[in-house]
Design a protein around this ligand. Structure first.
Ligand code: NDP
Length: 453
């Protein structure tokens, strides 16, 4: 397993993949760890999560540089990612007791009836490289707080991050094997899912990976949570606060070098403000600094792998051939590294890839709508349903329209984001289940009814 720097294309390090025997041993140890960990006081788990948060904060620069070297994210954004992981740990360090307390059932006067939230066991997480720390901590913090143990099968291009995350938990004082990384490729995931010690699986990644995992898990009757792709609409109405809409639009599409499931991908703008929005948006996009992600002033780094950039460019080319206009960007930059410039497409035809598929890189499709009604129709014209945003000064109207967008989360006058305090997840081909908040900690628990007569 090799970790290759996408900026320089140099191999950083290589790692031996785990043998089948090593995987088996890791799962046995995880299962053994569960026996004790599930019986610990929640207060103790909270303390260890607080320790993990402190370790993350104290070492944020080191972890950020590791992230940047392995997958190319601008280092300032990598620092923010590590800080967010600390926040996720702190959230559950403060709230786990409250979120896991028994729920008394008020509709059974003849008995004492309540729901207890008990852990399930070993939970496998199949995670992607785009937020290599955050995706893993978003899973790990609630899952461990609930008393489960976690095994991480991280993306094959970020093995250094996988091991560093394991080390954070070790240093925080978690019992051995409460959280471990399995260095394996995707072809070995089925064997892990079918292993009797694994009780549930969560996946963040492509639909292809999600379907493959869910199929095997389904056959094995194991619960899954799937957080897959998205083609989030960013709806700009005629009464939008244009300055903040434009500023946020530039960030929403290009943060993480465009490689985010909840990046705004389709900018649906009503006719009245279309020209002004588009001009200002293109201007903002052109001002982004593309370059060495280790440089603090860089806004957009390389794409994480050569193949991913080629796929993105293919989507742009096909959209152009179908009639889209490339206003800025549109072809890979010359030289070392997988650099794709921030790109804006207009006149985007309905069925071309930029309008109908997930574009996992800095490529924005700006689409004109006659009015709010048509904007909502276009926003929902996708098989995905992860997030969406609506921009309007009329907050009541914003909320009404938020109710009509088919997505797991809609933000009015704010960037779509995952925040530990609110649930996160999708509908339609974006997957199912929720991460974070109360819903997230309740995904991998036995909601056990107790009835005392
Ligand atoms: P993948 O979905 O292939 O990778 C995500 C994780 O799933 C990795 O750990 C990968 O392992 C694993 N995986 C892949 N195939 C299988 C399988 N058949 N069974 C079990 N596990 C599997 O994403 P890519 O990196 O190839 O990116 C492709 C596209 O996926 C992107 O262009 C984007 O559209 C989408 N994506 C969405 C993300 C999100 O946040 N929702 C994140 C990343 C990608 P391995 O690395 O070993 O192949």
């Amino acid at each position: 397993m090799e970790s290759v720097n996408p900026t320089t294309e140099e191999t950083i390090d290589s790692y031996a993949e785990y043998t089948d025997g090593e995987v088996e041993t890791a799962l046995e140890e995880a299962d053994r760890a569960f026996a004790d960990w599930s019986q610990t006081e929640i207060r103790e788990r909270q303390q260890l999560l607080a320790n993990a948060a402190e370790i993350l904060r104290n070492n944020k620069q080191e972890y950020a540089e590791l992230i940047t070297r392995e997958m190319g994210k601008p280092v300032s954004q990598a620092v923010a990612e590590v800080e967010k992981c600390a926040w996720g740990c702190e959230f559950y360090a403060e709230r786990a007791i409250e979120l896991l307390q028994n729920e008394v059932i008020g509709t059974v006067p003849e008995a004492k009836a309540y729901v207890r939230y008990e852990p399930l066991g070993v939970v496998l997480a199949v995670m992607p490289w785009n937020y290599p720390f955050w995706q893993a901590f978003r899973f790990a913090a609630p899952t461990l707080a609930a008393g489960n143990v976690g095994v991480l099968k991280h993306a094959s291009n970020v093995p250094g991050c996988a091991l560093a995350i394991e080390e954070v938990f070790e240093k925080a004082g978690f019992p051995e094997s409460a959280f471990s990384s399995l260095l394996i490729g995707s072809s070995k995931v089925d064997d892990v899912i079918t292993n009797s010690r694994v009780r549930a699986v969560t996946v963040t990644g492509s639909e292809f990976a999600g379907k493959a995992v869910a199929e095997t898990a389904g056959r094995e009757l194991k619960k899954t949570v799937l957080e897959l792709g998205g083609s989030d609409p960013f709806v700009v109405l005629e009464d939008a606060p244009l300055e903040s809409a434009v500023e946020t639009a530039v960030t929403a599409r290009n943060q993480n070098s465009g490689q985010s499931c909840i990046a705004a991908k389709r900018f649906v703008v009503v006719d009245e403000v279309y020209d002004e929005f588009t001009d200002r948006f293109v201007e903002g996009v052109r001002e982004l600094e593309v370059g060495d992600p280790l440089d603090e002033s860089t806004d957009v780094g390389p794409q994480a792998r050569a193949g991913l950039m080629e796929e993105l460019h293919e989507q742009v080319e096909q959209s152009r051939e179908a009639g889209a206009t490339v206003v800025t960007g549109g072809k890979p930059l010359e030289g070392d590294g997988h650099f794709y410039p921030p790109t804006v497409l207009t006149d985007v035809p309905r069925d071309c890839p930029a309008a109908s598929e997930e574009t996992f890189g800095p490529v924005a499709a700006v689409i004109r709508a006659d009015d709010a009604e048509e904007a909502i129709e276009i926003a929902n014209r996708t098989r995905y349903g992860l997030g969406g945003s609506v921009w309007t000064e009329d907050l009541e109207r914003g909320e009404r329209l938020a109710g009509r967008i088919e997505a797991g989360c809609v933000f009015v006058n704010e960037i779509v984001k995952s925040d530990p305090r609110v649930p996160f997840g999708g509908i339609k081909d974006s997957g199912y289940g929720r991460e974070l908040s109360q819903q997230g900690i309740h995904e991998f628990v036995n909601e056990k009814t107790v009835w005392v007569q």
